[in-house]
Design a protein around this ligand. Structure first.
Ligand SMILES: C[S@@+](CC[C@H](N)C(=O)[O-])C[C@H]1O[C@@H](n2cnc3c(N)ncnc32)[C@H](O)[C@@H]1O
Length: 379
């Protein structure tokens, strides 16, 4: 359990938590998450705008919080570095990538050094006086010296809560939780949001910005994989429940597959800024703008546009890996008491059932993204 002296909890507890939160490694994550990259690319104008108010600083320190293997944001950072240099700014640039200790930092460093991925995004080798660093500590804490950050960025990461407040009885995600469970998640997410903002506030230099796009719930009640057709999290629940009903997994394993996530509403994102007496407002953070955005599922989009050139089976086989890239660790961690091979076979069966359902009747299956996009400034 987390305590004041040991805010991250015991090492073992933290390790278990990290296994559940992690993306699949060896570049699997960024190779199969084109939608996450599209969402990131859509924020380039906010970052360019932030460059116009860079603070006085000998070194330009930028940070990408919860960067995974760095592949989805590589083009964005390459563009930012190019913009800074095209303005004649020759100051040293440090880019600090943060994630959990279990993250695939190896792929990240190889990508930045041009050993993997798109060489034109390897800004570390394409520009001089640019330094890439990694930080394997969670973003609920301060991660660098006070007043040293010139531009902070985070994409699709801060919906992960620091600890699951409970297992959800009848669903896998807080979007399908009962009211008591949902309130517990909301409280944990509110405390985490305050911690995240206070930590960023301490790191940022005055006048600097933190651009964050985060999964959330929009004013029509839409969220990831739930934008009109089937709800992806309901489908996860149905197929996971089927494995329990057929005796493949136990009730305990069913409940353990609770995502450590909370999708905040716009109101929840705004709360610490709207309250002028909050610690966040008092510390000097201001919300410059917030909007929600739907990014269409690229796999469903491609299938629709192909007019039959992509088969139902091919569509299903393209959609499941993007879901799998970030959700698989939740289901495999729920089977922690089993031999790895046995657990893997169950997880494969679980995704295969979902894939077969999509292949049989693809209409309404998609993983559209719903983000809240915020520009936050330290005043
Ligand atoms: C869905 S991925 C997003 C990766 C990338 N930013 C993108 O938009 O494609 C979420 C990332 O957040 C990381 N993460 C989750 N909780 C975290 C925490 N407390 N501190 C740092 N990173 C965390 C995960 O390990 C994962 O790499």
């Amino acid at each position: 359990m987390a305590t004041k002296e040991n805010p991250a909890g015991s090492p073992l507890e933290s390790l278990n938590m990290q296994a559940v939160l992690s993306m699949r490694s060896s570049g699997y994550y960024s190779q199969r998450t084109a939608g996450a990259k599209h969402a990131i690319d859509s924020t380039i104008s906010l970052l360019r705008d932030a460059l116009t108010s860079l603070p006085e600083s000998g070194v330009l320190r930028f940070a990408d919080f919860g960067a995974a293997d760095g592949g989805t944001s590589a083009a964005l950072w390459a563009e930012i570095v190019a913009t800074v240099r095209s303005q004649g700014d020759t100051r040293p640039i440090e880019v600090l990538y943060t994630d959990l200790p279990s993250n695939d930092f190896s792929t990240l460093f190889k990508t930045m050094q041009g050993m993997e991925g798109n060489l034109s995004d390897a800004y570390q080798v394409n520009y001089g006086n640019v330094f890439v660093h990694g930080c394997g500590t969670g973003f609920h804490r301060q991660l660098m010296a006070s007043d040293s950050l010139c531009l902070g960025f985070s994409a699709t990461a801060m919906h992960y809560v620091s600890e699951k407040p409970c297992e959800i009885e009848g669903h896998v995600h807080m979007v399908g939780a009962n009211q008591v469970e949902r309130d517990m998640f909301a409280q944990r997410a509110a405390d985490d949001w305050e911690k995240i903002l206070l930590a960023r506030c301490a790191e940022l230099k005055k006048g600097s910005r933190f651009i964050v796009l985060n999964f959330g719930i929009d004013d029509q009640g839409q969220y990831l994989g739930n934008t009109g057709g089937h709800s992806m999290f309901d489908k996860f629940t149905e197929h996971w429940r089927m494995l329990q009903k057929t005796g493949t997994i136990t009730e305990k394993e069913f409940k353990r597959a609770t995502f450590s996530q909370h999708y905040r509403t716009v109101e929840e994102f705004r709360a610490p800024f709207d309250d002028t007496q909050s610690l966040v407002s008092q510390a000097g953070l201001r919300l410059k703008s917030i909007r929600t955005q739907l990014t269409r599922c690229p796999y469903e989009h491609a299938y629709r546009d192909a007019n039959g050139a992509i088969s139902r089976k091919e569509f299903a086989a393209s959609l499941i890996p993007t879901m799998r890239s970030w959700s698989e660790t939740v289901f495999s961690s729920a089977l922690v008491d089993r031999e790895q091979q046995e657990a893997q076979a169950i997880v494969d069966q679980f995704y295969q059932c979902y894939e077969d359902e999509i292949a049989a009747a693809p209409d309404g299956h998609a993983m559209d993204y719903i983000h809240a996009i915020m520009e936050i400034e330290k005043t």
